[in-house]
Ligand binder design. Structure first.
Ligand code: GUN
Length: 293
């Protein structure tokens, strides 16, 4: 069993990005600039956004955070999105999800200009990705592709089972893994809460991507010997043995699955860290006008 080390890879990617940003600066170019919009301060959004901003600064990029109260109107939020769209200094924009119920996340995503949509959530980017055209790919799926690539894991002809059909991870992952490229060329099965015989299907996976958001759902009995196991889950679960009273768990029961797997991502230290480095890669692409020249 080999660990897919997200900590190591994300550091490597950050160093590559920092070197590119330094080159841009040395040539007198414009510093890449990521903007985040955060509404309210509930849940983990606050931590995630702070980490995104901190990582940008670490690689020499500019970052701006616009904060709004939970009670902000949809109109006010859309106005801010348009303001960022029109600002040539701002290369990428993310609006942290989830949003309060009175705001349509779809409307907000559709208002972000596709060329600044470094989260890859705009229908234009999702459509272009599905067609295999240059597009921003959402950060977690892109981080997983990067992991498969950097560990040179063979994917062609393999059976890839994705558990979970979220718009952010499961759905794009299933599209990406079937594409006629590397990583890709898999036969893909996308499973979800209504799937029958889920355990049987998972046991046929050469590559198993767990993104359903249920701690330790995937057990050893659901995994084939020698499978590649990618765990996208990250949940806080009560653990009285820990000082904090909590432990971080993925969607995979790591201790029993790891001995069966050829490769597996740890939680924490796996996919999560790749997500942030992918977002910065996208911001750099945006500053370079690589996707939308
Ligand atoms: N909420 C959870 N994951 C994400 C993400 O990748 N981007 C945004 N904008 N919100 C999220």
């Amino acid at each position: 069993m080999q660990l897919l080390d997200g900590k190591f890879l994300s550091q490597q990617i950050k160093q590559e990005i920092a070197a590119e940003v330094a080159e841009i600066k040395a040539a007198g170019g414009k510093i890449p600039h990521l903007v985040a919009i955060l509404v309210g301060s509930a849940g983990r959004s606050e931590t995630y956004v702070a980490s995104k901003m901190k990582n940008c600064e670490e690689v020499g990029m500019k970052s701006t955070l616009f904060r709004f109260d939970e009670t902000v109107s949809e109109q006010e939020l859309l106005d801010k999105v348009r303001e960022v769209n029109d600002n040539p200094d701002m290369d990428g924009l993310i609006v942290q999800l989830p949003l309060p119920e009175h705001i349509s996340a779809d409307k907000v995503m559709e208002t972000i200009h596709p060329a600044k949509d470094v989260d890859g959530f705009h229908p234009t980017n999702i459509g272009r990705m599905a067609k295999g055209l240059p597009a921003y790919i959402s950060a977690t799926p892109q981080g997983i592709l990067e992991m498969l690539k950097r560990y040179e894991i063979e994917t062609s002809g393999k059976h890839c089972v994705v558990v979970g059909r979220s718009q952010i991870v499961g759905l794009p992952m299933s599209i990406l893994m079937q594409r006629n490229t590397y990583p890709g060329n898999c036969t893909v099965t996308l499973t979800h809460s209504k799937t029958r015989n889920l355990a049987d299907i998972c046991r046929t996976a050469d590559i198993l991507i767990a993104a359903l958001g249920r701690p330790e759902f995937i057990t050893a009995g659901m995994v084939k010997e020698g499978a590649v196991v990618i765990d996208v889950g990250l949940e806080k679960v009560p653990d009285p043995s820990k000082k904090s009273g909590f432990a971080l768990k993925g969607d995979v029961k790591f201790d029993e699955v790891a001995p069966k797997a050829a490769y597996i991502t740890p939680v924490p230290g796996g996919v999560g860290l790749m997500t942030i480095s992918s977002l910065m890669q996208n911001t750099l692409k945006s500053a370079r006008r690589e996707i939308y020249p």
